[in-house]
Design a protein around this ligand. Structure first.
Ligand code: EPU
Length: 419
């Protein structure tokens, strides 16, 4: 077991480069199941979740090659297995992304139901309802989804609520289905557009991605693709918040300002100075951090995956702010750990009232999920009176590439140690 140890107080300075987006890389790798031949995906981040999806797909017969230029070659020519076991799925809910492509390629899939997780119940009922509408025979038995279909048929699908991986799953199922599929109330996240771009390179006919209606005409055949994953907007946002918190002055390379408008607007209201170019941010933290309210929303709203980090910023703001979480019902688990560092937060349902204070105090804390880990590291960057120790950092390694090394290069006093 490793932990991250931080001595707070340093202002961040310098330049950092953002890695490829975890939540775009996972569906892109899953999409390779749709057809054999060597696909090549650039800008794959080095993360635990990427290793997990590679392990699951390897056990199904897929071949992978990590190239020197940090791209990943994937070939699913010999895919023969169609089961993702509980042992693997319980460590990564995104394994559900294999369901759509397996049904499209093999007409069969057996995937463990992901179950609840630290941030909420996270059902997959909308994935299953949409697949049923496409003709899939679905059984839930012994904790597994067993799905079978002779040929997927295009369907008119309505998602009760926009779901990111649900939309991705059905896009992958629909690209080679018979006829047209219309996905209504689809998710609009940049990761959806990135998957559509990759699928189009494979020969798919998709329109409307990035809007709430995606139209897909099924095609007979696909071919392997070469694709570059978009930069990770959540990683970029985490560095932006870190600069705002530490009176920093940093340059963030390899980011997409158009993926972060809601975050830019909130950080400007906080008092940060932000300049951006096509794929670069310059962000200078304010002397005094203004308190600002946020409500998490599907894209283009403020992302739930930055809620915990923004809350940490508000813990040291001048005044009180209201943080409202509308996507996941239990995404305040970082609060009790922040309280151990002296934060003043009152939770009422899905709202957290944060009363900012001059300082947080260093303390040993425990990471409870991926984005909560990042929020505790941010807290450690500004905490006074000793060392903050963030334990259970395997959560962090699922989704942030070398975060402590990147913070160290920006001047933070941070290191990884044996727990
Ligand atoms: N929902 C349902 N039924 C479903 C699917 C979703 O009720 O069948 C509900 C969820 O419970 C939630 C809402 O719909 O209340 C939205 O969930 P969504 O399905 O969009 O989440 P997801 O696809 O499971 C992805 C990201 C998450 C990110 C959310 C929201 C991936 C692999 N995961 O999850 O990322 O928080 O979208 O943007 O893309 C993370 O990276 O730390 C992470 C949790």
């Amino acid at each position: 077991m490793k932990k991250i140890v931080i001595e707070g107080g340093n202002s961040l300075r310098g330049t950092v480069r953002v890695s490829g987006a975890k939540n775009a890389a996972l569906p892109a790798i899953a999409a390779c199941i749709l057809t054999g031949g060597w696909h090549k995906i650039h800008q794959i981040p080095a993360l635990r979740d990427i290793i997990t999806i590679k392990n699951i797909m390897s056990s199904m017969g897929a071949a992978f090659h990590d190239n020197d230029d940090r791209s990943l070659s994937v070939n699913t020519e010999n895919i023969f297995e169609y089961e993702a076991s509980y042992d693997l799925v319980k460590t990564m809910r995104a394994s559900i992304l294999l369901l759509g492509p397996l049904l499209a390629r093999l007409g069969k899939a057996r995937i463990s139901l992901p179950g609840g997780c630290a941030i909420g119940a996270r059902p997959v009922n909308l994935h299953l309802k949409a697949l049923s509408a496409m003709g899939v025979d679905m059984r839930l038995e012994h904790g597994y989804i067993s799905a079978e279909v002779k040929r997927l048929k295009g369907a008119n699908i309505f998602f009760d609520t926009p779901t990111v991986t649900g939309t991705e799953n059905i896009m992958m199922a629909a690209v080679t289905a018979d006829g047209r599929s219309v996905l209504n109330n689809a998710a609009k996240e940049p990761e959806i557009i990135d998957l559509a771009d990759m699928l189009r390179k494979m020969g798919a006919e998709i329109k409307g991605d990035g809007t709430d209606t995606i139209i897909i005409e099924g095609v007979k055949e696909l071919k392997p693709a070469v694709h570059t994953i978009i930069p990770d907007r959540i990683e970029a946002g985490t560095f932006m918040i870190a600069s705002a918190m530490t009176h920093g002055d940093i340059t963030i390379q390899n980011c997409r300002p158009d993926h972060l408008y809601a975050v830019i607007e909130k950080l400007r209201a906080v008092g940060a100075e932000i300049e951006s170019g096509e794929d670069i941010f310059y962000i200078k933290g304010p002397e005094t951090i203004n308190s600002v309210d946020i409500t998490t929303m599907p894209f283009p709203g403020f992302p739930t995956d930055l809620q915990a980090q923004f809350m940490t910023l508000m813990c040291v703001a001048n005044g009180a702010s209201m943080i409202e979480e509308t996507i996941f019902e239990n995404r305040f688990i970082h609060v009790s750990e922040l309280e151990r560092m002296g934060a003043d937060i009152t939770i009422n349902g899905n709202q957290a009232l944060v009363r900012g204070r001059a300082n947080l105090l260093a303390a040993p804390v425990m990471a409870t999920d991926l984005r909560a880990s990042a929020s505790l590291i941010l807290a450690g960057l500004v905490a006074i009176d000793g060392k903050t120790e963030v334990n259970r950092i395997y959560h962090l390694d699922r989704g942030y590439e070398a975060l402590e090394e990147k913070f160290r290069a920006l001047g933070a006093n941070i290191r990884r140690e044996e727990a």
